[in-house]
Design a protein around this ligand. Structure first.
Ligand SMILES: O=C(CO)COP(=O)(O)O
Length: 143
């Protein structure tokens, strides 16, 4: 069975929290193919001892790479512990990632309690079939 793909991302002030959370959910983690932005991915690989597809670091385009994978239908869920207390140089990319994940209707967990809910049932792993968004009205708009 091919593994579903998930993306994990955390800003610097949130990395410790993501690592702690992912260690608690390591059993679930290993059932997925994991994608992560550069620094998050390196830390996760060290701590979980699981293979991680590492993309660029966020400020160098990693958020956009994940956004592209989401728009290609490749990513099943996004766990993104973003930092609500500090502006970052790539704020536009962060917003774009959250936007594209919303557009494509994938589950997005931006804090620990939502991430816990997302991983507390086997639904995401086995029988979860998300509704594919209907873009027909957008695609047929008159210009
Ligand atoms: O900045 C990020 C997401 O916006 C995360 O990037 P890193 O995982 O490389 O720190």
């Amino acid at each position: 069975m091919t593994k579903k793909k998930i993306a994990l991302v955390a800003h610097d002030n949130k990395k410790k929290e993501l690592i702690e959370w992912s260690k608690l959910h390591r059993d679930s983690m290993e059932k997925f193919e994991i994608y992560a932005t550069g620094t998050t991915g390196r830390l996760l690989e060290q701590e979980l001892q699981l293979p991680i597809h590492m993309l660029h670091s966020g400020p160098l385009g990693g958020d956009q790479q994940i956004g592209a994978l989401i728009s290609e239908g490749q990513i099943e869920a996004l766990v993104f512990f973003w930092d609500p207390m500090e502006p970052l140089p790539h704020d536009q990319d962060i917003k774009a990632l959250l936007r594209i994940a919303t557009v494509w209707n994938i589950p997005i967990a931006c804090n620990r309690s939502t991430a816990d809910l997302l991983f507390s049932t086997p639904t995401l792993l086995y029988d979860y079939e998300r509704v594919k968004p209907d873009f027909s009205a957008y695609q047929s708009r008159k210009l």
